[in-house]
Design a protein around this ligand. Structure first.
Ligand SMILES: [Zn+2]
Length: 189
């Protein structure tokens, strides 16, 4: 009996080592695979005038939620977050986006024209694709308060609660599973 227990401990240790190396672990090892990272790509080719702000937003989320790694798609690579410019208010399809899926963000020029911070706009919309809903708290310290915060708000960093929610959304590689139907979040003043 003692010998059998030791064998199980050894097997678990091997699974843990595989996760650290970034090797996909079997589904029944999900509780040991908190280090799994979901790699996501974005395309800014439909909103190239905002390429700098979009890259900043991806960088902010990569730091804030290490369970996801968002990089610009290379030629021929599957796009998970497609960003297009749009004359209206910003919109996004609600995630958490799976690595097998493509969700869209409409980078609405109307919000830009009204003076809202462009990095905050796109980081907020990316928050939707990572599974965060709007919370119109009016607080600049909340990213998902969106346009309920003052126009002058330039904060593009998610709050600790918002970071934790995205971390939970992508814990254990959950968002690599089959995608549900998505809805579109329409932002407006
Ligand atoms: Zn929103």
């Amino acid at each position: 009996m003692q010998r059998r227990t030791l064998a199980l401990v050894a097997a678990n240790a091997l699974v843990g080592a595989a996760v650290v190396l970034g090797v996909a672990a079997p589904a029944n090892a999900a509780q040991d695979s908190a280090a799994l990272v979901t790699n996501l790509t974005y395309s800014d080719s439909g909103a190239s005038q905002y390429a700098s702000e979009i890259a900043q937003a991806a960088s902010i989320w990569n730091s804030a939620a290490p369970n996801v790694r968002i990089t610009k798609a290379t030629a021929g690579q599957r796009v998970n977050i497609r960003i297009v410019s749009d004359p209206g208010w910003p919109q996004a399809q609600l995630g958490p986006v799976r690595s097998s899926q493509t969700l869209q963000i409409w980078f609405g020029k109307q919000a830009v024209d009204q003076g809202y911070n462009k990095v905050r706009i796109i980081t907020h919309e990316m928050g939707h694709t990572l599974g965060l809903p709007d919370r119109r708290t009016g607080l600049c310290s909340d990213l998902m308060s969106g346009s309920s915060a003052p126009v002058s708000c330039a904060n593009a960093q998610p709050s600790s609660a918002e970071r934790s929610q995205v971390q939970r959304n992508y814990a254990n590689g959950l968002a690599q599973q089959e995608a549900p139907l998505t809805v579109i979040i329409k932002d407006a003043a």
